[in-house]
Ligand binder design. Sequence first.
Ligand SMILES: [Zn+2]
Length: 287
Amino acid sequence: MTNIKFCRLSEEWNAKNNIYNVKGEEVSIQDKKTKSVKESIADMPTINDKNFKDLPIAWQTQIKEDRKFGVAVPYNNKYFTFRCYDEDTEVPKPVAEYIIDIAYSAWEYDLNINVKIAPEDLPDSAVDFKLYFKTTTTDKNLRGSTLAYHYYPISHQSEYKGICVINKEYFYNINGENISLGIIDPLNYRPDEKKKGRTYNLVKILRHEFGHGLLGLPHTGESGHTMSALYNHMSEDNTEFDITRGLYKVGAKKWKSVDVKNKVKKWYSTKKSKSLPDELKPLVKWN
Ligand SMILES: [Zn+2]
């Protein structure tokens, strides 16, 4: 299992795909309301400042590489919205929405971005990020070894805009700790089964995916960060390197809203207790 990969799609992409859609057609900028990905590249904070030159050389190289990819631009030009379109057996929708929300908070705390759940009456075309749970049968881009993938920032006109797909064939919770196979595979094991099976921390996975889809950050070859390519090489939290890369994409947060502060509080209490809030616990068997 050590070679479980993320994001096969993002690995195959190159800088070109950032401003071209996946069919190789140039994306036209018809939607006058919103900025294009090209413009988002032009807007990125400068990297020739003194602070940049003080960074480790490997970081400087990575940050320059990161600039080949744009960042997502909110459809409403103010804040991003997300919508979860389905659920997994072990992660019912309200739990998925909770996990998605706190995974964004790890980036929102420091960076100049805000992400909220899409109101029910917001049309799909106006939703920035769309999250799906799929299998290798229901999604042609998923492979057995892929946990999840997210398209890099692309135009609002693209049918692939903001799509994130999570592979239902793995078992998710919020801490990645092994649990009884009776819970993971109730069809084949008794409820009191002592043998344990593998689970994956969905907060960690989504934080990584949002690095691709929201900030346009490619993988780093170094292990021990959110943006490391393999699940087992990833850090539990964003590292200074991850955040610095994000800062050179979107800049620092100017002020923190009560929403963001509350989300981060939720994230820390979830991490500390390794469990869901009381109202969500009855919805899952793993908490
Ligand atoms: Zn990835």
